[in-house]
Design a protein. Structure first.
Lengths: 83, 121, 171
């Protein structure tokens, strides 16, 4: 257990509030929970990659950061125009 | 030595920002308030953590990838926040800008916008 | 050189620039010059450069900031730190008083300009760099009434970057 894994554990626990928000409320509120969870996941993957010293794992948060942006934009436009 | 301290400070500042951001998303009153805390997650949380890893790794491919992740999140999250705010405002108020049924105070001068103004064409 | 061949030369230059930037990005990402990496990378770079040029070629407002528009950007990192502390403190204060944090919508005068590339760049930079610090979120810019609508969690101040990019207020 090193400092990166401790930080990853603490950050993973922060997914719980985002998950609660994703399950309650209006669609736009849930979207905020989803976007927050995606950002937290990127941070968790970076910390896990550093914690286990497998830096090839950094490709995953890089891809997730880009796709979460695209996905969030699609949801936001959809909510604005069609729902 | 300085780099080690910088890594520690950035890492734990980032983690504290993530904790504050996630709690803020849970307890905030409206969707607009929650979006501020989602912004805290990315602007301080993600950037702090990725900067810590990038400094720790130095001028290696891993360090550059972490820096790239931080830059991507820093620049894309405001766009996402802006789009989500627009969507939430259109859904809740029916239109983006203040109209007849909403008065918004000016921050740079006395007075309000909206309220008695005619509706948009 | 007539107009259409000038356009063709311009497009070719943009395409070459896009190919160059994307190739460098690929090399930074993979860090290798092996055959398998190049076999995957070269078609990806060509496809991406073509797609970028197709999108750029559409009739939509271009983004063309001048150097002066980038000047307010140096304030953003300090703004992010200050606003992060501010809204975290607000969260603590609200939690101890058993009250939820509450923000408000505010407006400020903002000269939206026309449909040209400079005005589009000024608006884009104002939205992007005013939304980056977490205390304020730019909702939109009303071109008809020349105002910028934003949501702020703590305080009543204008986003500093939007204020500096607000343009000539004599309109």
């Amino acid at each position: 257990m090193n400092v990166w894994m401790i930080a990853a554990t603490v950050t993973t626990c922060c997914l719980i509030p985002c998950g609660v928000v994703c399950m309650r409320g209006d669609p736009e509120v849930r979207l905020v929970g989803l976007e927050g969870a995606a950002t937290i996941l990127v941070i968790v993957f970076v910390l896990l990659g550093e914690g286990v010293h497998r830096l090839v794992f950094l490709d995953l948060p890089l891809t997730l950061a880009l796709l979460a942006f695209g996905g969030g934009l699609v949801f936001a436009r959809f909510l604005e125009r069609w729902m | 030595m300085i780099a080690e301290w910088a890594v520690r400070i950035l890492l734990w500042a980032g983690v504290v920002a993530v904790v504050a951001g996630s709690l803020g998303i849970l307890v905030a009153r409206t969707v607009f308030d929650r979006l501020h805390y989602a912004g805290l997650l990315s602007s301080l949380g993600a950037v702090g953590v990725t900067a810590a890893v990038a400094i720790h790794e130095g001028w290696t491919q891993a360090g550059m990838k972490c820096a790239l992740i931080g830059v991507i999140i820093l620049f894309t999250n405001p766009v996402l926040t802006h789009a989500t705010t627009r969507a939430a405002r259109v859904r809740q108020f029916g239109k983006l800008m203040p109209g007849r049924h909403e008065r918004v105070r000016f921050a740079d001068q006395p007075g309000y916008v909206g309220g008695d103004e005619p509706e948009d064409q | 050189m007539d107009c259409s061949s000038e356009k063709a030369v311009k497009r070719a230059l943009y395409e070459l620039a896009a190919l160059g930037v994307l190739s460098v990005t690929w090399l930074l990402y993979t860090g290798k010059l092996e055959r398998n990496e190049l076999l995957a990378g070269i078609p990806a770079v060509i496809l991406a450069a073509l797609a970028a040029e197709i999108v750029r070629g559409e009739e939509h407002p271009r983004f063309l900031p001048n150097a002066k528009m980038w000047l307010p950007v140096w304030r953003v990192p300090a703004g992010i730190l200050r606003d992060g502390l501010l809204i975290s403190w607000k969260l603590l204060a609200a939690a101890s008083a058993l009250r939820k944090p509450a923000g408000k919508f505010l407006a400020m005068r903002f000269n939206a300009g026309g449909a040209d590339s400079r005005s589009a760049a000024r608006q884009t930079l104002a939205v992007e760099f005013s939304t980056m610090p977490p205390n304020s979120i730019v909702v939109g810019i009303d071109r008809r009434r020349n105002l910028l609508l934003f949501h702020q969690l703590v305080g009543d101040n204008m986003p500093r970057t939007a204020y500096l990019l607000r343009g000539n207020q004599d309109r």
